[in-house]
Design a protein around this ligand. Sequence first.
Ligand SMILES: Cc1cc2nc3c(=O)[nH]c(=O)nc-3n(C[C@H](O)[C@H](O)[C@H](O)COP(=O)(O)OP(=O)(O)OC[C@H]3O[C@@H](n4cnc5c(N)ncnc54)[C@H](O)[C@@H]3O)c2cc1C
Ligand code: HEM
Length: 394
Amino acid sequence: MTSGPLTDREISLVRTSLAVVAPQAAEMTVYFYAILFARYPDVRGLFPQNMDVQRDRLLRGLLRIIDLVDDIDNLVRFCSRLGRDHRKFGALEAHYPAVGECLVAALTRYAGTAWNSEVAAAWTRAYTIAAEVMIAAAADDTRLRPASWDAQIIRNDYRGHGIAEITVQPDLPYHYVAGQYVSMETPWYPRTWRHYSPAHPPRPDHTLTFHVRAVHHGQVSNALVHHAVPGHRVRLGPPLGEMTLAAAGDRDLLLVAGGTGLAPIRALLEQASASGMDRYVDLFVGARTADELYGLDDMLRMSQRHHWLSVRAAVSHEHIPGQRGTLPQVLREFGPWDRHEAFLCGPPDMVTTGVNTLLHQGIRRRHIHHDPLDTPVLTTPLSEHRRGQETDQL
Ligand SMILES: Cc1cc2nc3c(=O)[nH]c(=O)nc-3n(C[C@H](O)[C@H](O)[C@H](O)COP(=O)(O)OP(=O)(O)OC[C@H]3O[C@@H](n4cnc5c(N)ncnc54)[C@H](O)[C@@H]3O)c2cc1C
Ligand code: HEM
């Protein structure tokens, strides 16, 4: 880092002025993008047409950076990840000063009397440090892999209840590990990225099958489920996520899947099966109704082939023979799980309640794994050091 870490005085100035603008974050972000696109019209083409959903992400990224300015290791970790992630957006080194200039202009306007030349200088330094790390990480990444992978949809198998299995064939080999997830841009919503998890370990032909559920009013998911046909082109970002078997050590596994959360869990199971696992696995599959228990039959068949796999279903809104209740309720019934390594995947509320249930049952936070519930680049945990400061709470 050419400019060196921020001084205590600079950190205090940046944080104090940020507290002043925070209540006006929404207006400030609108103003920031307005001047960015007016002053640098070429940059507009990098962003999606509809910016409503994404508008707050840049500011949330900056907030995280300011939160980490006195924790240099994690600042570098966070900005490096962000910089690598920005390659697929088409962000170039030359764009960073433009974004920095407009950010400072927006802060100047909204910080009011809290703004002066010393505060401006501190913000410029903070932004420059973050931008330098992002640019360097992106440059390093360029030497290792493409910014994104073009791929063609080759199948759309509708499984009912708004869920489709979408298979794509990347033009170049795509390497990932079972349990990871992938960001995808579709032709219907250019420059809008969503995350999906391959439902299997890597295949020799590099095809990838995603289980996509059309969510109510969801843009990308509905387009994929209802409009995707062989021949449509998509773009994939690099694989992400640490919900892999390597994270599990040698403990028995507790796998909890809700809805299409079964996709990465199934990938982990297939990998475990292929590698001759000698650990016991308890799999819980949940849905609101029996009809929505998609994929359960495949899992039951798998359990008949493997003595180490036991599969149970949880249905929350219907009486069926077998298990009834939400996944967290059923987990409570079958515990304790304190000697297991747990992997949870599914709707955010299910994962949140599931994790809290397991914490109450005595599993330590470090033995519970799940994907980020929100924008991954913003919410993926940082180093062990920072995790150590977290309590055993979600
Ligand atoms: C790490 C990760 C992995 C994921 N893996 C998968 C996967 O394998 N399969 C899959 O189908 N989805 C998966 N998702 C969710 C997926 O990325 C999209 O968020 C989802 O497809 C909705 O996108 P959309 O553009 O259709 O909805 P948007 O247009 O973004 O949202 C429209 C409305 O739907 C709501 N909404 C968004 N997502 C959901 C949701 N999941 N459930 C209920 N309401 C929602 C929004 O709050 C909004 O009101 C994953 C998400 C993450 C973060
Ligand atoms: C310190 C500087 C920056 C920070 C903190 C930052 C932060 C972020 C964050 C958190 C996201 C959301 C990522 C995701 O959803 O996966 C994002 C997206 C994006 N950023 Fe940046 N960014 C910075 C600089 C830039 C620059 C210089 C450009 C180039 C013009 C840029 C262009 C984009 C684009 C095109 C997107 C995707 C659309 C969107 O989600 O709004 N960013 N940025």
